[in-house]
Design a protein around this ligand. Structure first.
Ligand code: HEC
Ligand code: HEC
Ligand code: HEC
Ligand code: HEC
Length: 371
């Protein structure tokens, strides 16, 4: 027979088990959408404090005055293809900054051959040159996403040779149940999709390919032989997997961008952040296809993924749990090398605001509380 004490102990330990999934108060709530739409963010100040310490920007090296008429790096050095317009002083300042951001332990020789800095035979130098161009493209061509905050090498690298958050295509895995057959890319409680059973590669279809991010079809169901509504359950599952990645990468709830009564809506039933995110996925896709994939053969085999693909970026590569990388610290503007002498930004067509008209709130006036 169980004594009263054992029962008490049992009850207490069961309660402890049940509470393990809960967070200890206080919980802070902040409103991000119209009153009454439940568009709110739920934060735990302790989690935020941990996050904040991971997202502090390093000090900016003292700026140099660029005296016009002084020699440019392109004229002084032998093999400068991207940073030729910088003054020699600014060029040196840039080299020491990128060393601190990407290879603080290894130093200059992570990318250079001792005694011949013009030599391109270390692969990391070739990668770094492409990275310079990629960073310039982000800052000069994707202001629709990064605004005046911009990015530097540090945004992704944070003092590491390899950024902490990268992704590769997974290999085909067997089904969990019988060890036989294909698992159709899901049902694995995968970290990429917040330990849900959703498809565990929410990246390839959207960060490399441009599959539609859709749940609701816009046309009526297909009659046999006619091409109309192509939206499928599979597509919905991938969309939800992707959305979980977005939420996790930014440390926000779905309601940071959506009114959950109408996920597909723009305008008053979405926040401005939803439009920023819309540009973000297109930017990330371009970074992977135009900068990362072409580097595949430059990397040694050991740096490639299980199917031989190059490491790629997703939202977490820059954001690392913060709604803005490094909580919006604007480092890039202190380093002219991070901006291209620009051609016109070739951002994609505007956000599909056509959908917005359907969802104008009844009470006319927009009232969004400050964060
Ligand atoms: C992460 C890689 C990386 C690190 C670390 C690095 N560099 Fe460089 N360095 C480059 C790249 C890329 C170029 C070529 C830039 C271009 O083409 O515009 C370059 C070019 C140079 C050149 C011009 C050589 C020539 O004649 O063409 C000098 C000088 C130089 N770096 C010095 C340094 C010094 C000093 C350090 C350490 C404080 C350093 N670099 C650290 C990537 C790096
Ligand atoms: C958008 C994120 C992002 C930015 C910004 C970025 N990088 Fe990278 N970088 C990556 C990814 C992803 C890789 C591939 C990781 C790997 O090497 O496996 C990488 C790899 C590298 C490597 C090769 C490391 C190795 O050991 O294989 C070098 C060197 C490098 N980056 C330098 C730079 C420099 C210099 C800058 C700034 C001019 C920069 N990166 C900016 C994402 C970024
Ligand atoms: C950072 C902003 C952001 C967050 C956070 C976010 N979404 Fe989205 N969501 C978007 C954007 C932007 C699109 C449209 C993407 C496109 O069309 O390229 C979208 C599309 C969707 C769609 C497809 C709607 C349609 O047109 O059929 C669904 C469903 C959705 N999100 C659900 C969610 C859920 C569930 C969460 C939380 C787990 C979430 N979203 C978190 C921005 C966000
Ligand atoms: C190359 C780095 C980089 C990548 C990759 C990236 N972002 Fe961002 N994102 C930024 C920067 C920088 C800002 C800050 C812009 C500003 O200050 O307004 C930002 C801002 C945002 C904001 C606005 C936050 C706010 O409260 O105003 C959203 C939403 C967002 N990103 C979503 C995404 C999503 C979703 C993805 C992946 C599809 C993504 N980002 C990928 C760099 C990046």
């Amino acid at each position: 027979m169980m004594t009263r004490a054992t029962i008490k102990l049992l009850l207490a330990s069961t309660a402890a088990l049940l509470m393990a999934g809960c967070e200890r108060p206080p919980i802070a709530v902040s409103q991000t959408g119209f009153r009454g739409t439940a568009m709110e963010q739920v934060y735990n100040p302790r989690t935020l404090a941990t996050q904040a310490s991971l997202n502090t920007a390093p000090a900016v090296a003292e700026a140099l005055v660029d005296v016009p008429g002084t020699p440019r790096a392109g004229a002084v050095y032998q093999n400068v293809k991207v940073l030729g317009d910088l003054s020699v002083g600014e060029f040196a300042r840039t080299m020491s900054a990128i060393t601190e951001w990407v290879a603080p332990q290894q130093g200059c020789l992570y990318c250079h051959v001792a005694g011949n800095f013009a030599d391109d035979s270390v692969y990391t130098k070739v990668v770094a040159r492409k990275m310079l161009q990629m960073t310039q493209k982000v800052n000069s061509g994707w202001k629709t996403h990064v605004a005046e905050t911009g990015v530097t090498c540090y945004t992704c690298h944070r003092g590491n040779n390899i950024p902490k958050e990268i992704w590769f295509k997974p290999t085909e895995q067997k089904s969990a149940a019988g060890g036989m057959g294909n698992d159709f890319g899901q049902n694995k409680a995968a970290k990429t999709v917040g330990l849900s059973s959703l498809p565990y590669d929410p990246f390839t279809p959207y960060f490399l390919d441009s599959k539609p991010i859709r749940v609701n079809g816009k046309e009526a169901l297909a009659m046999s032989g006619t091409a109309s509504n192509r939206s499928s359950i599979k597509q919905a599952e991938h969309t939800y997997g992707l959305m979980i990645h977005w939420s996790n990468s930014l440390g926000v709830n779905c309601t940071y961008c959506h009114n959950t009564q109408a996920f597909a809506a723009w305008g008053a039933n979405a926040t401005p952040q939803r439009a920023t995110a819309w540009y973000g996925i297109r930017m990330a896709r371009e970074l992977n296809n135009e900068y990362m994939v072409p580097l595949t053969n430059v990397f040694p085999a050991g740096r490639l993924g299980p199917t031989g693909d190059v490491a790629k970026a997703n939202c977490a590569t820059c954001h690392q749990g913060a709604y803005k990388p490094l909580y919006g610290a604007a480092m890039a503007k202190h380093y002219p090398a991070m901006y291209a002498p620009v051609k016109a930004p070739d951002a994609p067509a505007a956000v599909p605001v056509a959908d917005a008209a359907q969802f104008v709130p009844a009470a006319g006036k927009v009232e969004v509380s400050a964060k």
